[in-house]
Design a protein around this ligand. Sequence first.
Ligand SMILES: Cc1cc2nc3c(=O)[nH]c(=O)nc-3n(C[C@H](O)[C@H](O)[C@H](O)COP(=O)(O)O)c2cc1C
Length: 342
Amino acid sequence: MYTLARQLLFKLSPETSHELTIDLVGAGGRLGLNGLLCKAPASLPVKLMGLEFANPVGLAAGLDKNGDAIDGFAQLGFGFVEIGTVTPRPQPGNPKPRLFRLPEAEAIINRMGFNNLGVDHLLARVQAAKYQGVLGINIGKNFDTPVERAVDDYLLCLDKVYAHASYVTVNVSSPNTPGLRSLQFGDSLKQLLEALRLRQEDLTREHGKRVPLAIKIAPDMSDEETVEVARALVEAGMDAVIATNTTLGREGVQGLEFGDEAGGLSGAPVRDKSTHIVEVLAAELAGRLPIIAVGGITEGKHAGEKIAAGASLVQIYSGFIYRGPALIREAVDAIAGLPRKG
Ligand SMILES: Cc1cc2nc3c(=O)[nH]c(=O)nc-3n(C[C@H](O)[C@H](O)[C@H](O)COP(=O)(O)O)c2cc1C
């Protein structure tokens, strides 16, 4: 069925087809129809960060930026759903066109630039959703907030989403907001993490619940830089790391139509880079912090590779665009078939 839907969706511009997908998934979710359209994945619950995930395959951030289709995506079989990136104030993002499909490479290039309706809209959507499972809310900064003041935007978003999120993801790795990725390194990272941790403590007292904090990182880091990030996350008492966001590299898409568009590249070409980051993180972290792996899962077996590399959970974006909901089931099956750890 998705093959047919894909043929129709791929005739539209990527952004129109994106909007239509959100509308359809959202409408199906409100009517409770999505579960009828696709076979549910096997039950494979995972306990992590004090949360119970229905299965280890989640929706990655950026597809449902405003939380408009939470119930719909959950009904398609995702074991958890991450919405956002959301910023304190609404913003339009970069000029269009800013989203490109590269089907020969099972890839996407985007320079959306955190287009979103702002944190208050997102919270209204979360409150309207019926979904009871694990909901991640991914937070970022407005494009016109100077990077030296980025921490203010993250804290503002954290304050607002805290009571409504199962976990919060701090996105310091989008390539489309100038300066954002500099927050992944050195003192900028340490200061940001310290501010987040202190606020998390205050909010834990205020709300009587501790909401885990995950940091989402880029794939474009050396092994030394990755190890440094891992150490900083442990030192700061963060709860998880999400690896990875899109890449600035263009390996695998050179010479293809849209291959040299500016922005972040996702899908099959980022797979190995992303899995390598997971391996480096896993070696350094040695289980002290869980890893959520994302990047280039286009077949079930790639999800298995991410878990074998040291991740506890995976997320999917581009693979879902190319393969539809069947990929969720395939990924769950591949993970279920792995030898048990420990
Ligand atoms: C069009 C598009 C928009 C994205 N927007 C976000 C975002 O707002 N926040 C974020 O953390 N990641 C965002 N991502 C990155 C994905 O969540 C994911 O980390 C990346 O695409 C790699 O996974 P994939 O190969 O399965 O797509 C976006 C990706 C795409 C393709």
